[in-house]
Design a protein around this ligand. Structure first.
Ligand code: C2E
Ligand code: MG
Ligand code: MG
Length: 644
């Protein structure tokens, strides 16, 4: 649902603050915004507005007459179904308990934000509402219940396979391993995630059927990857139920050795609850596995109730911090403390710390700054089959070091390329006003290439249409590694938004922003901030080298990497029924790594992205930049990448 279709109620006693929030909401597109000065007034508004539900209530805590807590209690008691955003100047610990209290009253809390809330924060919270809306009902596969016979038959028919999710070293940004996660390619129902079959197998004591298939195929995959030049470790999950049989360790060792893999490249993940079991056979198995050289990981750490002493009974080699802590830890100090102390403990025990559920650049940066060793999560990639994982490795470039902090941006060496002298001077002036001091400018791409011989730039702002080499060709040379500049140098392109052909090619070249002439200072600042903070995930050089950058007036489309551009298609149909393994998402729901299942077009009919294209953070951000120009706000992506 669009922001313009939502109803808002802002409950805040301070008039100026309330005004600010209302203004922000309107700027974000809200059309229905009501106001109240305290909880009592808010309840009156709610009671009076029967049949006209306020979808989202933004509520201060500390207010006269009826404070926020009392208001929330009334909401809970009267079973109002609105979603709430709590705003407050109260300290974090108190806000966290308010959060818990709301949960207790059965209130849908979108989030808690310290005052004053910024527009981006507000936007993110609203996006959460929009996401939650589409989540239930879950994908059909999620609610489908399979019988044990179905599952065992599927395993026998080799319909199960491991999907691989990369684990990346936070220091170097390099892929060092992968976790194998079971997936069922059901002939009728598509890709099925583990929760649909694991519990059932465990209860029926049939887990070994799956475990050994996973082990064998993961070990073979490991060997293949080694042969292809990727010396990765592969992690396989073990169920507690399997650990009861004392022959397990030897059987596992045999399977792995038979696949031609040294056990040191296989990590076995056991959950914290399995690790704390007192059952001697489990301990015996784990000790023997370690003795044979396997890595042992404590999975989902923090969700069980293991004591340090229990944990240390096992000679484990890796501590995997549960994603529930990582998920929100950047804005929940208590979560962050748990993550930090887990990492600290791992360091002291001389085992590796792994954070799972790393979803954003911010998660990545924070984990890196607190010394976590390894990261796994959607931010890097979703689990994928072996072929896709191999392609991923082939195209992978180490994740960039954390984006430069605000204060340091001024020191970035910026190159401005613009043939129109007036515009160039204007940009330079604005940049100086914004505090950038290290500036170089030139009037042609050719001259810029000369500059690369002696100079390195952190940011390039380039015009598109220039005499001589055009800006797109210039960017293509950089991205495909044909210049002295780093291929992943951040690049912002100056262009007119009416030129959809240019936008399409620039997007395919993974530029980090568009600037529309004439330049507006506030917009320039915004665009540069975004360009410097988004994650640059480049495709292999060949993917750029094959892009047509001639400005012929014909639409040019970003193709899936590795494929050649097909002739321009005249098929302009946009709506078609979704196939079983496709899902429709809004722009705000797109995530890096998702693969398009349908073309994205401009409203003039020109194709922007082709089906099969894998999204990156940059391309998603560019789509958002161009939102107003798109034919549809809904994108179709492939389900398998979604199931994670
Ligand atoms: P796990 O071992 O903790 O695996 C991590 C789970 O988190 C995976 O879910 C993965 O897809 C998901 N995940 C990874 N990154 C992110 C992220 O950034 N955000 C979010 N929200 N989720 C992320 P999946 O594949 O559905 O597996 C669920 C669980 O099923 C696994 O949790 C594991 O306990 C179990 N499992 C999967 N395969 C096997 C298997 O072969 N054997 C056993 N015994 N258990 C398995
Ligand atoms: Mg695991
Ligand atoms: Mg886990």
């Amino acid at each position: 649902m669009k922001v313009s279709e939502l109803n808002f109620l802002v409950v805040e006693d301070d008039e100026s603050q309330r005004g600010m929030i209302v203004k922000m909401l309107r700027a974000l597109g809200a059309t229905s915004v009501r106001e109240a000065g305290n909880g009592k007034q808010a309840l009156e508004v709610l009671h009076a507005g029967q049949g006209q539900p306020q979808d989202i209530i933004i509520c201060d805590m500390n207010m006269p007459e009826m404070d926020g807590m009392e208001f929330l209690r009334h909401l809970g008691q009267e079973k109002f179904t609105h979603s709430i955003i709590i705003l407050s100047a109260l300290d974090r610990a108190l806000l966290t308990s308010v959060e818990k209290m709301s949960e207790g009253y059965g209130i849908t809390l979108l989030g808690v934000a310290a005052k004053p809330i910024s527009r981006t924060q507000l936007e993110a919270l609203l996006a959460r509402y929009q996401r939650a809306e589409v989540k239930p009902p879950p994908p059909r596969a999620a609610v489908r219940v399979f019988s044990l016979e179905d599952i065992l038959h599927g395993i026998g028919a080799q319909q199960f396979e491991p999907f691989f999710q990369p684990k990346v070293d936070l220091k170097t940004g390099k892929v060092i391993g992968a976790e194998a996660l079971a997936r069922w390619r059901h002939p009728q129902h598509g890709l099925i995630a583990p929760y649909a079959f694991i519990a059932l197998l465990e209860r029926a004591d049939k887990m070994d059927e799956l475990t050994f298939m996973m082990l064998r195929r993961s070990a073979v995959a490991c060997r293949i990857l080694h042969e292809k030049g990727y010396p990765l470790t592969v992690s396989v999950n073990l169920s507690l139920t399997s650990l009861a049989d004392t022959t397990l360790a030897d059987r596992i060792t045999r399977v792995v050795r038979d696949a031609g893999v040294d056990p040191q490249y296989i990590v076995l993940e056991v959950t914290e609850s399995a690790a704390m079991t007192d059952v001697a056979p489990a301990l015996e198995n784990l000790a023997r596995l370690r003795m044979h050289g396997f890595g042992l990981s404590i999975d989902d750490y923090g969700t069980g109730y293991a004591s340090m002493q229990q944990i240390t009974r096992i000679a484990f080699s890796e501590l995997k911090i549960d994603q529930s802590f990582v998920k929100d830890f950047t804005d929940h100090p208590a979560m962050r403390i748990i993550v930090e102390s887990s990492i600290d403990m791992a360091r002291k025990l001389q085992v590796k710390s792994v954070a799972e559920g790393v979803e954003t650049q911010q998660d990545w940066d924070t984990l890196k700054s607190i010394g976590c060793d390894t990261a796994q999560g959607y931010f890097i990639a979703r689990p994928m089959d072996l072929v896709a994982f191999h392609d991923f490795l082939a195209g992978y470039r180490p994740i960039a070091t954390s984006p430069v902090s605000m204060q340091e941006w001024g020191k970035i060496h910026v190159l401005v390329i613009e043939d129109d002298e007036f515009t160039r001077k204007m940009i330079l002036r604005v940049l100086r006003e914004l505090g950038y001091t290290d500036l170089t400018d030139t009037d042609s791409a050719e001259a810029a290439l000369q500059l690369f011989e002696a100079d390195a730039f952190g940011l390039i702002i380039t015009d598109c249409q220039m005499g001589g080499m055009n800006g797109l060709e210039f960017v293509k040379l950089i991205r495909s590694g044909k210049t002295r500049a780093l291929p992943d140098t951040r690049i912002v392109m100056l262009t007119a938004f009416s030129k959809t052909e240019v936008l399409g090619v620039a997007l395919a070249l993974d530029v980090n922003g568009f600037l529309v002439k004439p330049i507006v200072p506030a917009e320039l600042e915004n665009k540069l901030t975004n360009a410097m903070s988004e994650r640059v995930h480049l495709r292999p050089p060949i993917a750029y080298a094959s892009i047509n950058t001639e400005l012929t007036g014909q639409p040019i489309t970003a193709q899936p990497a590795g494929r050649h551009a097909p002739s321009i298609t005249l098929d302009r149909s946009t709506t078609r029924p979704l196939n079983a393994h496709e899902r429709q998402l809004t722009l705000g729901e797109l995530r890096p790594g998702m693969t398009l299942a349908a073309d994205i077009r401009f409203s003039d009919g020109n194709k922007l992205l082709s089906s099969g294209y894998t999204l990156t953070e940059s391309s998603i951000n560019r789509l958002k930049d161009m939102e107003a120009l798109l034919q549809s706000k809904n994108m179709v992506v492939r389900e398998n990448v979604l199931q994670g």
